[in-house]
Design a protein around this ligand. Structure first.
Ligand code: GAL
Length: 810
């Protein structure tokens, strides 16, 4: 069924000519009732093609996430040169080992309302993986190559009066990605019906050339199709109250240019993400033809030599993370509740910025960042003309790069969260004169489309870019890792600041600890896990503390984007040749969204509103009695005392003797004995201020459930994430439990997915059974449209079951 979202605006303006006005624009989300099949089907574009046997799906949809995982999928025998590899080896799981490769078709009958002769119809696709070819009634009406970009097609002239058949063909080549790209119509598809006299698609540009505490100048440029039209623009505050209204006086060709003052504006920032809305109404005489609402923020950004980055006049450093686009067990299919949960977890950590590595972000993610307060680095490409993977973006670079950037900027430019663009990540074009020209060409396209934001490139070939001029020409020189070259780059480059566009790439598995605890890179173990003592990294990367030193000691470093906020599907370094590893170990939180220990290390410095006191490892080491079992504490306090079974193991205080000693409290020589390990944080006078402890648990006895949200919306899309853990008979968390659990959801919702964060697990995300990993997993429940109570029942052998009730309301 089509969902109609007609915009009936009650205009809060004084002139009675506008009262009772009904806007002419209708947006229809094409989310339900699609027919889908994998395969080539040469005649599937034809209107009378029989798709009855095809699966009925709703969009956003990722056809590959159901699996099964298979080692042979996209097996790549290659040397990953950007990782410094010289010899080719067999890489399994590089793209997640899920069946994304091949062709797929989506078909849908468009039941349009009866159109008036003066109406236009646009079809907008927010991203389709990949190479979408769009057919209407058998005719190819539009196409795009890059799976991550937004594009729209004017289908007005190809529509019949009824019975319109839409068919979309997608094709994913093998060896086309370095991570799990997903497959299908994984973002939203919209139909926009509007008067021919109306605002052009993406035709409004709102900027705030002056954004001071006392007043702001809001500049609104509006491209309108149609002669002799009148444009009235209102500004509404966050409560919906009109604070300004202006009728456009200056038109330049088809573009109206308005400057509207706001006195004492609420400035947008991550801490106070205040949003205004502009309402653009287009009139032909007194007839209202179109209304478009645009949310914007009043904020000022600046990047200055030896001062760095400032927001609203205040210098600050990005406390950012890089994110790939998948949502763990949901795959790449966009879901607002899943995105909001990710951002909520990051916000609690104190994170204030996101980099959409290495492609265009979803519109939903940007909307949430505007609302929740995250600055955004919106990236475009992982490849330019030179290849990283055989069938990567280099195939399209020459023909498509410009139009891809144009659409990125046009579709997203009004989001206050975006504070920087990136034209590329570690592109092999960093070498050679052609690459320098490409960097300049791309940056100029961004400047032409948006003169208000700077452009960066994430550079890993820092020495080459220092010599060639590549780094010098960028607005913002971004360094990926290479902390040892920050000083040289700062000296060589003219900008007067450096961004840590990608940092850390420390690897760890939630709840897994390896002994002895020594710093090292590319470490591998028999179980294909990495240690959560956070001392392991890659040959090209480093530990979080090494970045902290740069951030704290160099005023010209403008912040960092940690690789990555969450584990993602694919790229299982350091186990990319070790099946069954199929997802990353880089995340600060795991694939299920559960925080690893590292989460608290970042929180201890980033979250300034809540004290952090976190102790690791867990204290269930049967068999290690008497053996050295170091204890780390990640804390916002400077010092703390550790006690094992009541006996003091001494006070540690942060000092500058090493990066680790500066940011962690470490007791390296603790001898394991079961019992209670307690840490007491001390204030600057040595007085105890906060405690945390871990206890040795007995056998798992009982299942415990906690939901991130106990009330959700009955819209068939909203999600509740239930964390499942087990406790012993005394209620102590069992940190090593691996019990196989079964899930049953009844009532007004359905079981959607499950994930335990184990990068080596081949259990399906979509079957209602899974093993605990390090004592935990997360079940995702989705609401239906009826509403009511939803029960999740979790059972396991010899365990007391867990039951939780979620309320879903309209
Ligand atoms: C970077 C790259 C990322 C990811 C990361 C892993 O070099 O930009 O996409 O591969 O390494 O450490």
């Amino acid at each position: 069924m089509l969902r109609f979202k007609t915009i009936f605006l009650t205009l809060i303006i004084s002139s009675c000519a506008y009262l009772n006005a009904v806007a002419q624009r209708t947006e229809i989300l094409l989310d339900e009732g699609w027919k889908f099949s994998k395969g080539s089907f040469p005649t599937a574009a034809e209107p009378n093609f029989n798709d009855k046997a095809w699966e009925t799906v709703s969009v956003p949809h990722d056809w590959a996430i159901s699996g099964p995982f298979d080692k042979e999928i996209d097996k790549q025998i290659t040397a990953i040169t950007q990782n410094g590899e010289k010899v080719a080896s067999e890489k399994t799981g590089r793209t997640g080992a899920l069946p994304y490769i091949g062709e797929g078709w989506y078909r849908k009958n468009l039941n349009l309302p009866i159109l008036k002769p003066n109406q236009k119809v646009l079809l907008q696709i927010d991203g389709a993986m990949s190479e979408p070819r769009v057919y209407l009634n058998g005719k190819l009406v539009g196409q795009w190559n890059y799976g991550y970009n937004y594009f729209y097609i004017d289908i007005t002239n190809d529509l019949k009066s009824n019975g319109n058949q839409l068919a979309i063909h997608l094709n994913n080549k093998p060896k086309s990605s370095r991570w799990y790209p997903g497959a299908g119509l994984y973002r939203n598809v919209h139909l926009i019906i509007k008067d021919e006299k109306s605002v052009d698609q993406w035709g409004i540009t709102v900027t705030t050339p002056i954004a001071k505490k006392e007043f702001a100048k809001v500049n609104i440029k509006t491209k309108i199709t149609g002669n002799n039209v009148r444009l009235v623009t209102q500004i509404l505050d966050q409560s919906g109250k009109q604070i300004a209204i202006d009728t456009a006086k200056s038109f330049f060709g088809n573009e109206a240019d308005q400057n509207i003052p706001i006195s004492n504006p609420n400035l947008w920032s991550p801490e106070a993400p205040y949003l205004y809305t502009s309402v653009s109404s287009v009139y032909d005489g007194n007839v209202l033809k179109d209304v478009v609402k645009t949310r914007f923020g009043v904020r000022e950004i600046s990047y200055q030599a030896n001062k760095g980055f400032s927001l609203n006049g205040q210098v600050r450093k990005f406390k950012g993370v890089c994110l790939h686009h998948d949502l763990g067990p949901l795959g790449t299919a966009i879901n607002t509740a899943a995105l909001r949960r990710q951002l909520t977890i990051l916000k609690e950590m104190g994170c204030d910025a996101i980099r959409s590595s290495h492609n265009m972000p979803s519109p939903e993610q940007l909307e949430l960042c505007d609302e929740m307060g995250f600055m955004f680095l919106a990236e475009s490409f992982d490849e330019w003309a030179k290849a990283k993977v055989e069938n990567g973006y280099h195939l399209y670079f020459d023909t498509d790069a410009e139009k891809d950037i144009v659409n990125l900027v046009k579709a997203t430019k009004n989001h206050p969260c975006i504070v920087m663009w990136s034209s590329g990540n570690e592109v092999p074009d960093q070498f050679g004169a052609e690459g320098v020209k490409r960097a300049k060409w791309l940056q100029e396209i961004f400047h032409r489309e948006d003169p208000t934001r700077p452009v960066t490139v994430g550079m890993d070939q820092v020495k080459a870019t220092m010599q060639s001029g590549f780094g010098a020409l960028l607005d913002v020189p971004g360094l990926n890792y290479r902390v040892h070259l920050y000083n040289d780059a700062y000296t060589a480059f003219p900008q007067g600041f450096i961004l840590g566009s990608e940092t850390a790439s420390t690897v760890s598995s939630r709840g897994i600890y390896k002994f002895p605890v020594v710093k090292g890179f590319d470490k591998q173990y028999e179980d294909f896990q990495s240690s959560s003592y956070d001392m392991e990294y890659c040959s090209w990367s480093n530990l979080p503390d090494d970045d902290f030193v740069m951030q704290d000691d160099k005023p010209w470093v403008i912040g960092e984007f940690v690789w990555t906020g969450f584990d993602y599907l694919g790229e299982p370094t350091p186990y990319d040749t070790s099946w069954p590893s199929r997802s990353s170990y880089f995340g600060i939180s795991d694939l299920a969204g559960l925080p690893k220990d590292r989460y608290y290390l970042y929180k201890s410095r980033w979250n300034k509103t809540e004290a952090t006191l976190h102790i690791l490892p867990h204290w269930n080491w049967e068999g290690r009695e008497g053996q050295t079992t170091p204890v780390f504490v990640y804390t916002s306090y400077d010092s703390a005392e550790l006690f094992l079974n009541g006996k003091s193991l001494g006070i540690r205080k942060k000092d500058k003797s090493s990066p680790q000693n500066r940011y962690r409290l470490m007791w390296m020589d603790v001898k394991y004995e079961p019992g209670t390990l307690k840490v007491v944080a001390l204030d600057s006078n040595g007085k105890p201020v906060k405690e945390a402890q871990v206890k040795t648990a007995g056998k798992p006895a009982k299942i415990i459930l906690t939901a991130d949200r106990n009330e959700i919306t009955a819209d068939g899309k909203d999600l509740s994430y239930v964390t499942v853990s087990v406790v012993d008979k005394n209620g102590n968390i069992c940190p090593t439990a691996t019990d196989q659990l079964n899930f049953e959801v009844t009532g007004a919702g359905k079981f959607k997915a499950v994930c335990n964060g184990d990068a080596t697990s081949l259990e399906s995300f979509e079957m209602p059974t899974m093993k605990l990993f390090s004592g935990k997993l997360v079940v995702t429940i989705i609401s239906d449209k009826k509403g009511g109570k939803i029960q999740l029942n979790v059972k396991g052998k010899s365990l007391t079951s867990g039951l939780i009730e979620i309320v879903s309301t309209k």
